[in-house]
Design a protein around this ligand. Sequence first.
Ligand SMILES: Cc1cc2nc3c(=O)[nH]c(=O)nc-3n(C[C@H](O)[C@H](O)[C@H](O)COP(=O)(O)O)c2cc1C
Ligand code: SF4
Ligand code: SF4
Length: 275
Amino acid sequence: MKTVIFYYTGTGNSLWTARLLAKEIGNAALHPLSQMDTSAAIDADAVGLVFPVHMWGVPGLVLQFLKKLQKSPNTCYFAFAVNAGQVSRTIIQLKKFMALRGMVLSAGFDIVLPSNYIPWGGPGPAEKLEELYQAAREKLKRAALYIVRGEVGAVERGPLWQRIVFTALYKMTFNMIPKMDRDFWVDKKCNGCAICEKICPVGNIAMKTGKPAWLHHCEQCLACIQWCPQEALQLGKKTPMYERYRHPEIKIRDITGRAKEYFESGTLSLKNSMR
Ligand SMILES: Cc1cc2nc3c(=O)[nH]c(=O)nc-3n(C[C@H](O)[C@H](O)[C@H](O)COP(=O)(O)O)c2cc1C
Ligand code: SF4
Ligand code: SF4
């Protein structure tokens, strides 16, 4: 089975998931979805999507990608929603969104990994993180087997209360996300290294007079704040007190890319997103 896995990641959890999955499935290529030219049909028997859950649903960037993805009748689609314990209705939402575009999601899995949502605190104690990584490794093995065997039908979801309460919140916050970057600021530790500018998957940071400025088409992936080597980048009032999080097996070079150039060249355009 020839497989292509598209991933979106802020702090590496989804990239780690995609890598393990590719290894378990075999014969799988990995691509960051923010840099993918979706105008050409994808030559694969199976297409996988691996992405973080944002605000209890599918991130706008993933929806935008799917709107442009050329569907193929003989391709099987599967997805992994990487989250911190509140997957809510994400995979149901994804399945419906894909169905409207003529794509059938054969299987969707919920993978729980440490939280990178720093406004609510740091990732937690190291032993707890290791437990999460181990549980995810085991689940990924089982899920890969499910996909390789051609089984269909899995659509994992959170409990009913989550789906009711959080779906409403997802809808309320979705259109606010691009401008949530107004709460970012830098403290005096910023040395102007421009790593935040390079790591932003959507080219939403520009260095101005040696400091980052945010351009208000943010995806809130939080890569910029979590990867700043000086921990100089802050979000709101509390983040100076909170520990940063990045997946320990993912390095900065694994996720810095040419996203800005792709956006500027029009390969992907935020202006055409569903927002
Ligand atoms: C803006 C934002 C919103 C988030 N919302 C949720 C959520 O609704 N449910 C959840 O379980 N985790 C949520 N998280 C946590 C991430 O989904 C989780 O940490 C994920 O593993 C991060 O993946 P990444 O490292 O590939 O970016 C959120 C994170 C961010 C940055
Ligand atoms: S990564 Fe941090 S130190 Fe470097 S420019 Fe950005 S905010 Fe400043
Ligand atoms: S500005 Fe920061 S949070 Fe917003 S999309 Fe870029 S890296 Fe992610």
